[in-house]
Design a protein around this ligand. Sequence first.
Ligand SMILES: N[C@@H](CCC(=O)N[C@@H](CS)C(=O)NCC(=O)O)C(=O)O
Length: 121
Amino acid sequence: MMRLIRFVLGKIILFFDALFRPRPLARPAAEQAKVDAQTNNLALYHFMACPFCVKVRRHMTRRNLNIELRDVKRDKKFDRELVEQGGSFQVPCLRIRGDDSSVRWLYESSDIIAYLDQRFP
Ligand SMILES: N[C@@H](CCC(=O)N[C@@H](CS)C(=O)NCC(=O)O)C(=O)O
């Protein structure tokens, strides 16, 4: 029963997400290219119908941040990486690779949004 409720709620969330898609920020091409180069080091572990993931994905769209999406429900490899390297199965989670190749796993949708706002003001 809970699974069914979650499934239906997920579909409703995705419907409204698609219906009210945010308008992406328009940057000059050179500036967007710079931002794209920086977001290359980021990957968002998520799944489609998760409301907290929708919140982060909508923020990314609004800020025009092209961050690789890794769906943990569609690809077991991402599921394993998240648990084994991130430390727990919770989405959304932002994988941040530093210039020195160090990796940080950032959980919590609000913290992810705050991080993106601070890095791409
Ligand atoms: N406070 C967290 C909540 C995240 C959360 O509850 N995510 C759910 C999916 S919507 C989750 O990962 N649950 C673990 C599971 O499904 O096992 C946030 O804002 O990111």
